[in-house]
Ligand binder design. Structure first.
Ligand SMILES: Cc1cc2nc3c(=O)[nH]c(=O)nc-3n(C[C@H](O)[C@H](O)[C@H](O)COP(=O)(O)OP(=O)(O)OC[C@H]3O[C@@H](n4cnc5c(N)ncnc54)[C@H](O)[C@@H]3O)c2cc1C
Ligand code: SF4
Length: 356
C-alpha cells in the first residue's frame, strides 16, 4: 500500500533519528489510510467484512488485535471520512439485510454517541480542562518501561501484549486501552496529565479532544464526574472474563497475594483501599467498597503492591505460564485485514442474509 510519499517520510524519520531525535515505537508498514480514496476503501472493507461481527467490541483476543473493529478513527480524525455518511452507510447495510441490528446499533452508538458526545463535551468544558484534573491518592509520573513501550520487560501477558500493540501499530482497540493500559495506570496512581500526554502521543489516532472524556474521564476518573460517575479500575478477574490473555500468563488472575498474584487483581484492591475515602458515598462504588471491606488479607495486599510499585510486573520467568484448562474464544470469526486499495481483494458476494 505504501508509495513514494511514505518512502520520503521514512527517510525524514531515519534522518531525524540519526540526528538524535528520540521516537517511541517500531517502524513498520503503514496500516492506516492517509488519502480519501484509501479511507473510503477501508470503510467499505469494514462494512463488508467486519460490521456483521461488530457486536462484541469489549473482547480482547491475543491472536487477533483487530477483531471486528473498524480501524476508522484515524480517518475520521484526519477529516478523510465524515462520521455521518459512515453511519448512514452502516444503517443501509441493516436495511438491506447485510448486517444484524446489534452490530449496526453498536457502531452507530460508538460514532454518533461516544465520538460526537466527547467532541462536543470537549468544546463545552474548555480545552484546558485536563491540566486541572484532580488525582485521587498518590500521583506519580509514568515509569520509563511504560512510557517507552518496553513490552519485552513485562511478564503480565495482557500488559505486554497491549504495549507491543502500541509499539508496533500505534493502535490498540478500546477495551485494551481502557481495561489494560488505562487500568494499570489508574491502579498505580500515575498522573492524569502524564497519561493524557502519553495517550495523545503514542497512538495514531491520538487527539486532544478525545483525552478529556476517554483518559482524564473514563479511564482516570479525574475530571470531577462530567463523563463518568465511577472509577473504571478493574481487577484481573475482569480481564480474564473479557479476554484470553490470562490463559497464557505466568500470573493467576484469581491470586491476590503471593508469587503468582496477578498485578491487576492485587493492584485493583490496593487502589480501592487507597481511594476508599474519596469513593465513599459514590453509589456506583458501594458494592466494590463492601467487597473490599470483606477482604481479610488487605494489609498484605497493600504491602505487596506497594513493594511492586511502578516497576514492570516481571517477577519470575515469563515462560512459567499456566495452562488454560478452558481456552476461550477459539471460535471467534477471523476478519480479513485491510491491506490497502492497491492490492486486489475481492469482496464476498452480498446476498441477503437472514439476520433478525
Ligand atoms: C484511554 C483511551 C484513549 C482514547 N484515545 C482516543 C483518541 O485519541 N482518539 C480517538 O479517536 N479515539 C480514542 N479513544 C476511543 C477509541 O478507543 C478509539 O476511537 C477506537 O479504539 C479506534 O479504533 P477503531 O476505529 O477501530 O474503533 P471502532 O471500535 O471500530 O469504533 C468505531 C468508531 O467509533 C468512534 N469511537 C468509539 N468509541 C469512542 C470513544 N470513546 N471516543 C471517541 N471516539 C470513539 C471512533 O471514531 C471509532 O473509529 C480512546 C479510548 C480510550 C479508552
Ligand atoms: S493473569 Fe493478570 S497479568 Fe496475567 S494476563 Fe491475566 S490480568 Fe493480565
Amino acid at each position: 500500500m505504501e508509495d513514494d510519499i511514505d518512502a520520503e517520510v521514512r527517510d525524514d524519520l531515519d534522518r531525524w533519528a540519526a540526528e538524535g531525535i528520540e521516537f517511541i515505537g517500531r517502524d513498520g508498514p503503514r496500516q492506516f489510510p492517509v488519502t480519501r480514496a484509501e479511507a473510503l476503501d477501508r470503510q467499505q472493507h469494514f462494512v463488508v467484512h467486519r460490521l456483521p461481527h461488530f457486536g462484541r467490541p469489549d473482547e480482547m483476543v491475543a491472536r487477533d488485535p483487530w477483531l471486528a473493529h473498524s480501524g476508522l478513527s484515524t480517518s475520521f480524525n484526519l477529516g478523510l471520512l465524515e462520521p455521518l455518511p459512515a453511519v448512514r452507510q452502516v444503517e443501509e447495510e441493516y436495511r438491506a439485510g447485510h448486517a444484524p441490528l446489534s452490530s449496526v446499533e453498536r457502531f452507530v452508538r460508538q460514532v454518533v454517541g461516544w465520538r460526537d458526545y466527547l467532541w462536543h463535551l470537549y468544546w463545552y468544558l474548555d480545552a484546558g480542562y485536563p491540566a486541572g484534573s484532580h488525582s485521587p491518592g498518590r500521583s506519580s509520573s509514568l515509569p520509563e518501561w511504560f512510557a517507552t513501550l518496553d513490552a519485552d520487560s513485562v511478564h503480565a501477558r495482557c500488559l505486554s501484549s497491549a504495549l507491543a500493540a502500541v509499539r508496533d501499530r500505534g493502535w490498540a482497540h478500546h477495551a485494551v486501552r481502557q481495561a489494560v493500559l488505562g487500568n494499570y495506570a489508574v491502579q498505580r496512581g500515575w498522573r492524569p496529565t502524564d497519561m493524557v500526554d502519553w495517550f495523545q502521543r503514542a497512538f495514531v489516532d491520538g487527539q486532544e479532544w478525545a483525552m478529556i472524556g476517554n483518559v482524564a474521564g473514563m479511564t482516570r476518573h479525574a475530571e470531577l464526574g462530567s463523563v463518568t460517575t465511577e472509577a473504571h479500575a478493574v481487577s484481573g478477574t475482569h480481564v480474564n472474563r473479557t479476554s484470553d490473555f490470562c490463559g497464557g500468563c505466568r500470573y493467576d488472575p484469581k491470586q491476590r497475594v503471593g508469587a503468582d498474584a496477578c498485578p491487576f487483581t492485587g493492584g485493583y484492591l490496593a487502589y480501592l483501599h487507597r481511594t476508599r475515602e474519596r469513593l465513599h458515598g459514590n453509589v456506583r462504588m458501594t458494592r466494590a467498597l463492601k467487597q473490599l471491606a470483606q477482604i481479610p488479607d488487605i494489609r498484605e495486599i497493600v504491602t505487596q503492591e506497594h513493594a511492586r510499585g511502578d516497576r514492570a510486573p516481571s517477577e519470575g520467568p515469563a515462560s512459567a505460564v499456566r495452562k488454560d484448562p478452558d481456552p476461550k474464544r477459539a471460535e471467534l470469526p477471523r476478519c480479513p485485514r485491510w491491506s490497502g486499495p492497491s492490492l486486489p481483494r475481492p469482496h464476498p458476494p452480498r446476498g441477503r442474509r437472514a439476520h433478525t
